[in-house]
Design a protein around this ligand. Structure first.
Ligand SMILES: Cc1cc2nc3c(=O)[nH]c(=O)nc-3n(C[C@H](O)[C@H](O)[C@H](O)COP(=O)(O)OP(=O)(O)OC[C@H]3O[C@@H](n4cnc5c(N)ncnc54)[C@H](O)[C@@H]3O)c2cc1C
Length: 292
């Protein structure tokens, strides 16, 4: 439980961070909240030679609406998302995600940027950001680069960030008329990773026909992924109980869970069906103007 030796430096600006990343390449790791990196180092799953602590870089923690988007600084702690009235009332799917991550102690340290950069398919933000169609802002030697969330998780535990880039911001399109979202997670006990979880974001027209839908899955695929066949099934269809049940079955088929201590693959796949049904139902209710 003792990490391998490493060099530690506190960065004070983005330029300094990028300079250090460029110099040390894949030997370096950014330290934000440390809630995933430090356990991985203690278990020696990660052995970076160089740690760049970015907690001294100012201006990376904020939640604000700008240019028709919700913009969240990468160093925003989960506890800040949980306490934000803008998030709670304007983006309930994000509130529901932040408040089920780990426990209050972890949420006081863990950052949204670290959660996404870690690219763990068991983490909760990836599915929600896939459902919301977020954009990731990466800062590197040539300035900012925008990465669509659909391209951000290329392979197992890997992100689309280059070794000399730092994730600085997450951009989420502001919800339009008759748009609603929901995140529903099932865990063994409070504070645990999901056995499975489903994020849904959809838009209805005035006649209750679904005109846009995105569904993200947590911990039931090798990389954070969308249930695209379930989405396609919903779009263009009037939302009925039968349509929700059929879409949920499709989402379950698209999941690819592994049997482990949290349950058998079969159990988890059926859990995806149940959670997808509940999350679609809640998202529809919110799109119709209900609070639940
Ligand atoms: C007890 C416990 C329970 C947990 N339960 C959950 C859970 O239920 N759901 C969940 O989603 N997570 C859970 N986690 C994991 C953890 O909360 C998240 O992964 C966390 O949000 C990571 O953020 P961090 O700021 O702590 O990242 P760090 O640990 O500092 O970094 C994680 C990785 O991301 C990189 N990184 C960090 N910030 C940046 C950046 N700005 N730009 C580029 N790379 C960066 C680091 O180099 C490292 O590779 C749990 C952790 C613990 C300890």
């Amino acid at each position: 439980m003792i990490p391998a030796s490493f060099e530690y430096v506190v960065a004070h600006s983005l330029d300094e961070t990028v300079g250090l990343l460029a110099k040390h390449g894949s030997d370096a790791k950014i330290l934000s909240g440390g809630m995933s990196l430090i356990p991985a180092m203690k278990l020696r799953l990660a052995q970076p030679a160089f740690i760049i602590d970015v907690n001294g870089v100012s201006g990376l923690a904020y939640i604000r609406e700008e240019h028709g988007e919700l913009r969240i600084g990468a160093m925003t702690r989960e506890s800040a998302l949980e306490r934000s009235s803008l998030v709670k009332h304007g983006y309930p799917i994000l509130f529901e995600t932040a408040r089920v991550i780990a426990d209050p102690l972890v949420r006081n340290r863990a950052t949204i940027g670290g959660n996404l950069a870690h690219a763990d398919p068991a983490n909760d933000h990836p599915a929600t950001m896939l459902a919301l169609g977020a954009t990731i802002v990466a800062h590197g030697p040539n300035g900012d680069r925008l990465i669509p969330i659909d391209e951000f998780f290329p392979s197992f535990f890997a992100s689309a960030l280059e070794p000399d880039e730092i994730l600085t911001e997450i951009r989420i399109p502001a919800p339009g008329v008759r748009n609603g979202g929901a995140y529903i997670k099932f865990e063994r006990k409070v504070g645990d990773y999901a056995i499975a979880a489903v994020a849904v974001n959809l838009t209805l027209d005035a006649h209750d026909t679904c005109i846009a839908a995105r569904i993200g899955l947590t911990n039931v695929t090798d990389v954070p992924a969308r249930a695209t066949r379930a989405e396609a099934f919903l779009v263009g269809r009037r939302i009925t109980d039968q349509a929700i049940a059929d879409a949920s079955r499709l989402a379950a088929h698209e999941s690819d869970p592994k049997s482990d201590l949290r349950g058998s693959a079969e159990y988890k796949r059926d859990l995806v069906r149940v959670l997808a049904g509940r999350a679609i139902g809640r998202a529809v209710s919110r799109a119709r103007g209900g609070s639940h």
